[in-house]
Design a protein around this ligand. Sequence first.
Ligand SMILES: Cc1cc2nc3c(=O)[nH]c(=O)nc-3n(C[C@H](O)[C@H](O)[C@H](O)COP(=O)(O)O)c2cc1C
Length: 348
Amino acid sequence: MTLQALLGLELPIIQAPMAGVQDSRLAIAVSNAGGLGSLPCGMLSPDAMRKELAHIAAHTSRPYNVNFFCHAPPRPNAERASGWRAVLAPYYREFQLDPTVVSSTVVRAPFSTHAADVLADFKPAVVSFHFGLPSAELLARVRAGGSKVFSSATTVDEARWLEAHGVDAIIAQGFEAGGHRGTFLSNDLSTQIGTFALIPQIVRTVALPVIAAGGIADASGVAAAMALGAAGVQVGTAYLLCPEATTSAVHRAALTSEAARHTAVTNLFTGRPARGIVNRLMRELGPISAAVPDYPLAASALASLRAKAESQGSGDFSPLWSGQNASGCREIPAADLTRELASIYASR
Ligand SMILES: Cc1cc2nc3c(=O)[nH]c(=O)nc-3n(C[C@H](O)[C@H](O)[C@H](O)COP(=O)(O)O)c2cc1C
């Protein structure tokens, strides 16, 4: 079944939820253009989420997606935290920052009863999850509101697991994808495969619609994914320069520079593997380090360094999330990009 038939959409395009670089504005623009706009709630408090959802409800009557993380809450480990601070200490000295002052960062919280309470007032067409699924009880609450449930699979095993746990569609996230890997069954990065190897294998294994994600940045990429059996395509990186996104100045500059050709999967910024443009921190400490605190605790250790560097115009300590294909990043309205992405498919 196509994404259009499943949701009553005009175009088979999902704007990927991207926590930290967008709010309701991007979601509204994409939904009104005929795609599925997404609101990432992984870094929003329930109150902020309610405000954003009210804004979406006031500005579109089309389907939209609300996205959550569902990681197990971390166990704070003082020894690990201080070990990581010791690794970062030379950078703190270089920037004349006090390493003992912990900046507050936006908390990345997993899907909760509070979030389910807010969702119940809005009943979005789709609720999508990253890092697996929430408890059966919470999932039942989402379903009771009539929302379709989507989640990311990075392997055939994860797709099978999601099908067995009752999702309505699977987002096949290839290794090219920007941002966090949705992986939840294995920590072994060698299990992660490319989008165009992953889609046909998942399509053959499950009976559900499969959405392709990772490295797809133009109309021919969308058409190729559909030819491999995808029911739709979820695009993230290509939306990062749209005026409706809140992407920072250093992130925008990196995406339009030569540096964007070199990305890597790193755990340094949050504690979980995610793909971003290689910068100084990744070159000097990683990209993968065994000393990093568990997700999402690693983020706070870098917050003041990141803020100071960014105030000097540097992205050396910032997560510059990007997929392997940033060639689709242009400063064009999200509605135009959405229609362009679907153009070959739509003209068939
Ligand atoms: C900046 C950025 C932030 C992201 N944040 C989220 C998120 O909050 N939730 C989520 O499910 N996926 C997130 N992702 C992953 C996307 O859902 C998607 O898998 C990815 O963008 C597809 O690959 P592409 O970036 O090459 O298009 C993020 C991706 C990027 C680039």
